[in-house]
Every structure is written in C-alpha cells, then in structure tokens.
Design a protein around this ligand. Sequence first.
Ligand SMILES: [Fe+2]
Length: 176
Amino acid sequence: MRRKVRALFDEADLRVGREKWYFDVHVLPCTSIGLKLAKEYGVDEQVVEAACLLHDVGLIGSGTENHEKRSAIRAAELLKEAGINDEKFVSSVQDAIASTALEQKPHNIESKVVRTADAMAHMTTLHYYWKAHLKKDFKDFESWFKKKIEKDYAKICFKKQKKELQPAYAYLKKLF
Ligand SMILES: [Fe+2]
C-alpha cells in the first residue's frame, strides 16, 4: 500500500511542480506520527496506518477543496483494489480520514489520532517550506501560512501533544 500511495503522489507531484515531495514530506511523517500516537493511546494501529497513508489521496488531481471527502471515497477504492474487503475496517479508515477536515469534530479516538498526526506532520517537517517554494508568490504564501498555522494547532486533539507543539506554534507565529 505504501508503494502504491507513494507512486500516486510522485506522479501527481511531477505533473504539478516537477518535484516529488508530498509523500516523503507529509504522508510518511503523518503515518509515523499516527502510529506512535496509536501506540500511546492504545488504538487500532492498522486503521490509523491506512488512514494516515490515504488521508490526502483526494488531493490528487482535484485541489484542496473538500479533498477529505474525496480522500475517504478514493481510500475505500484503493483498499478494495488491495484486496481489503472488511467493511468495518474500511469504514473506520474513512471516518478517520473525514476527521482531518477542519470543520469536522472527531468522534472517536482513532479519528483524533489521525487528525492530530496530520496537523503535527505539518508543524514538524518542511511542509510549510515546500508550500512556500511551490507558491513562489511570497504574499500569497504569507496569508496562507498565517491561517494554516492556526488551523493546524487547533487540530491537535490531545493536551499532551498540544503542550509539546506549543513552542513550535509560538515560534512559527512570530515569523510574520
Ligand atoms: Fe494531510
């Protein structure tokens, strides 16, 4: 599954910006953080791993708006293609993916883990740097970044991780 998702993002990256980055800079760190949190909070690691790997596949070819819903639909298709037909598993993965949307309220611990991992992966990697690099227009990046950092910090669902990321959040806020 990792190889398949990497290939999908690499191909999309090459089409859009000619550089492969999204899988290594965001999807993979999100998955590692998700698995770490899944262990810490005692939740289903397989659901978390699949949801983290697939949570942004809806971005491919369609832009950011409503990508979480598209990711959930595409995730089910990709899981089916990989021979995973356990409906409960697929629907848990879809729920967790849907919970990465800012307006969503995660209603179970797996969803909280995936939502938190997504935000933490933005804040602890070169994700924002890559966005700046790709946007090229600095003013455009600045207004995107100011909103994004607030959204990301708001999406961290656990007090412990919120506290851990507080210095990074405070630092990033000072940049502009
Ligand atoms: Fe993401």
